[in-house]
Write a new protein. Structure first.
Length: 71
């Protein structure tokens, strides 16, 4: 379980950093998987966590973008 938590923490930090570094970034789930080489199940958990924490949001175009309180 520790390995899973360490891996999840790693992916969360990495993806948050990229979204912070590139304002306006809007990626599909497939693009996120390819960009970071993440398997589908891990990607699902990472995206769900980032959405739950209100860091990312899923757009109507099925892309993932930074959450903004006014959007």
């Amino acid at each position: 379980m520790l390995t899973t938590n360490v891996t999840l923490t790693h992916w969360l930090r990495l993806i948050r950093a990229e979204y912070l570094e590139v304002p306006g970034l809007h990626l599909t789930k497939a693009q996120i998987q390819r960009m970071w080489g993440i398997d589908r199940d891990t990607c699902d958990v990472v995206l769900a966590t980032l959405i739950e924490s209100r860091f990312l949001r899923r757009t109507e175009a099925d892309r993932y973008a930074r959450f903004s309180g006014g959007a």
